[in-house]
Ligand binder design. Structure first.
Ligand code: SF4
Length: 735
């Protein structure tokens, strides 16, 4: 702990308590102990700070004596150079003493004719506390800031307040420096007019409370009332009230310039309530150990642009962005919207260009929140109906963020971007296909708006783990290709994490119902050995997402009694699938293509389809545009396989599943793989070779037909006979 800080805190508190004692003595001498004081019907909590912390009901001057006396009792001697090093507890006691003393002093104002200067709020009533407090407690208002003193310049003052406003954070202004106040700076900077009514200031979320440092007690005794009103704590339950404000009220202080003793002592009171202080002065010693506050107690930020982001990080404020500032409508209703070719202004990905979306974690000091950058030509530089490469890279920092969560956040990109009217998104990772409609383009939609959406939604839905979000969007071919390469390496690492787990080693699987927006009956059942069919969600992702968002789309599925271990059928899974498929799917067999297979939504990486004549299955991936041996393209097959239906003989899968020991294991497993595009075979070669060796068929990959060997079902059958493919020795799939 800093000796300097606590010396100043204790010195400031001594000053406040002496002033309170003196003021009280004079007032009693002048008006007598029975003189009523306080804020009348503006509050039911007498003097709220002493009511909450001491259980006192102060209504008359005489009632103030125990409050001031207790403030005195809390004080330790002011440290000197050769004296003991003050420690945190003494400093916090001095903070409590300062709050009790300053509250007593502002209460004395109510009997000595003091008038709050025009344009300043003064005491804040219970009515305001009820109206705004509930928003603070339930998170609709992310928090409040108390600014002490004027900023070094009007520009900095206005920027700071605007930064807070843009995050819906309520700002209180108090104190002065040589007579100058932040309120004057608001007027100079055009935030509000000199004669603006106070209601207008409340509406703007910028409230001048009082021109002196003592006036900050109005803010502190306003916020302690939330513990009594919303937390249901009783008067005198000081510990419970302080724990409540620390946990539920996301407040913080900002001080400009060197901090004088009186500010320090009130700041210690704020810290006692769990509210950290951010100072712009490099002479302020930082206090970083956590405990009294959720994160650090005093932090220095000398870069004016970073003051508010630092406050948000230090207080762990979860920012809510009410409105996503884009030129087209934004709602879940647009999620399933398709942009047809004729209505399209531009497209990205699929077979038209390289495209990737990639979320990864970075250190907090490597990223600026809301830093959205677009590199390369935007969509107004392309002819209508054209295609552009696209890399969407999202950098996320958060103290609770883990690399395990990257895939989960990334998979939400589909939903978040699809909610923009006129933006179509399918697929995931480096398999995306996006379109922007002519109407959306005409309305002003540009690439930076993708960043705007991702920034807002990440904070909105994953504020518990995300503190900062930056987005990099590129349409420069070389940069996109480099980003695809980097991302694919990261995707492989993610996929490898689950390699050693088996379905038997767990008693819980996870569901995924994200794709129900356009396939309402579809439920992905994700097991350790079978990832979601989009290829972006494995069992660990499901578990991690449930941890982050317990009411979200990934729910645990208790396997329950095994009905058939070969087919992969469990009682608990059947019940779950029945319930979450809107009672459309009664049975689910994890390991079969023919017997109650998984439903398919539409964003599968690959489709597996039976080839009866070849006694096996073919697999086609989304990128392959040619005809397959069953006479259909990927697109044709997708239209009969997708939509959330259970279609025996056809199923959508993630490509990683092709090399899983559980791949159609009830139907013969990898030995049934008889045809796939060459590019897909190369893509899965390494993992599939391991599986081929495990099943005793080390030459399997050389025996699988590709488009170079066969283009019809008959030709596949001939190829299999010629090379001695193991499928020829298996029992018939359809007899
Ligand atoms: S395909 Fe399955 S796992 Fe992937 S997002 Fe859709 S429901 Fe979830």
């Amino acid at each position: 702990m800093s000796k300097q800080v606590f010396t100043q805190v204790i010195r400031g508190a001594h000053e406040w308590v002496s002033q309170a004692e003196e003021g009280l003595e004079k007032a009693i001498a002048q008006y007598g102990p029975d003189q009523p004081i306080g804020w009348g019907n503006q509050t039911s909590y007498c003097l709220p700070m002493s009511f909450a912390l001491m259980g006192l009901e102060v209504k008359k001057l005489g009632d103030l004596q125990p409050q001031v006396a207790h403030a005195r009792e809390l004080l330790r001697p002011i440290p000197t150079d050769d004296m003991w090093l003050p420690y945190l507890g003494h400093g916090l006691d001095a903070g409590a003493a300062s709050m009790l003393a300053t509250e007593a002093m502002v209460a004395l104002r109510t009997c000595n004719g003091y008038q709050t200067p025009p344009g300043w709020q003064g005491f804040i009533s219970d009515t305001i506390m009820r109206e705004l407090g509930i928003q603070l407690v339930d998170g609709r208002m992310p928090g409040f800031a108390l600014i002490l003193g004027p900023a070094p310049t009007t520009e900095i003052a206005v920027r700071t307040v605007r930064d807070l406003q843009s995050r819906s954070i309520l700002t209180f202004l108090c104190a002065n420096r040589e007579g100058h106040t932040a309120r004057e700076q608001m007027v100079e900077g055009g935030v509000f007019k000199e004669d603006a009514p106070l209601q207008e200031c409340w509406d703007l979320y910028v409230v001048p409370v009082g021109p002196d440092s003592i006036d900050s007690i109005y803010v502190l005794n306003w916020s302690i009332r939330s513990a009594l009103t919303f937390g249901n704590h009783k008067r005198g339950q000081s510990r419970a009230c302080l724990d409540y404000t620390k946990a539920r009220i996301h407040a913080f202080g900002i001080t400009f310039g060197e901090i004088p003793d009186d500010w320090y002592s009130l700041g210690a009171g704020a810290i006692l309530m769990g509210y950290p202080v951010v100072s712009d002065s490099d002479t302020t010693p930082e206090i970083r150990p956590t405990g009294v506050t959720i994160r650090e107690e005093i932090v220095v930020q000398t870069d004016a642009e970073q003051i508010v982001p630092t406050c948000i990080d230090t207080r762990a404020v979860k920012v809510k962005i009410e409105k996503i500032d884009i030129p087209v409508g934004y709602a879940a209703a647009f999620e399933g919207e398709r942009v047809r070719k004729d209505d399209m202004h531009v497209q990205f990905g699929y077979k038209y260009s390289s495209a990737v979306e990639y979320v990864h974690m970075v250190d907090g000091d490597k990223v600026k929140d809301n830093d959205i950058q677009v590199e390369g030509p935007d969509i107004d530089s392309i002819e209508e109906g054209g295609a552009l490469p696209l890399a969407i890279e999202v950098l996320v920092a958060g103290r609770k963020m883990q690399t395990d969560f990257e895939g989960i956040l990334e998979r939400q990109i589909h939903r978040w971007l699809s909610n923009a009217m006129g933006f179509m998104h399918t697929g995931q990772r480096d398999q995306i296909w996006c379109r922007i409609s002519k109407k959306a383009f005409a309305a002003g939609m540009r690439l930076e708006h993708l960043g705007t959406i991702l920034y807002a939604k990440l904070h909105d839905e994953y504020g518990g783990i995300v503190d900062k979000v930056a987005v990099r969007i590129s349409t420069v071919p070389e940069s996109v290709d480099a980003k695809v390469k980097e991302a694919v390496e990261a995707f492989h690492l993610r996929d490898d994490r689950i390699a050693d787990m088996t379905d038997e080693s767990v008693d819980t699987f996870y569901s995924c119902t994200i794709c129900q927006s356009y396939a309402p009956d579809h439920v992905c059942v994700i097991t350790p050995q079978r990832l979601g069919l989009c290829g972006a969600y494995n069992w660990l992702d499901g578990r991690a997402n449930f941890e982050i968002n317990p009411t979200g789309p990934n729910q645990p599925i208790a396997k329950g009694r095994t009905i058939d271990h070969v087919l992969g059928e469990w009682e608990g899974v059947n019940k779950f699938v029945y319930q979450f498929s809107n009672h459309k799917v009664e049975r689910f067999c994890a390991y079969s293509l023919l017997e109650a297979p998984m439903t398919s939504c539409g964003c599968f990486e690959c489709i597996v389809a039976i080839l009866p004549l070849a006694n096996g299955v073919m697999v086609v991936n989304r990128e392959y545009s040619g005809l397959t041996p069953c006479g259909m393209t990927f697109g044709d097959l997708a239209s009969v396989t997708g939509g959330g239906a259970q279609t025996p003989g056809f199923v959508g899968v993630g490509r990683l599943y092709l090399s899983s020991p559980k791949f159609l294991s009830a139907d013969g497993g990898a030995k049934r793989l008889v045809w796939m595009p060459k590019s897909l075979l190369e893509d899965v070669r390494e993992r599939l070779q391991k599986e081929a060796e495990r099943i005793g068929e080390p030459d399997l990959l050389e025996k699988i037909a590709t488009e170079e060997d066969a283009s019809t079902e008959e030709e596949v059958a001939e190829h299999l006979a010629k090379v001695g493919h193991p499928a020829t020795g298996l029992e018939m799939m359809i007899s």
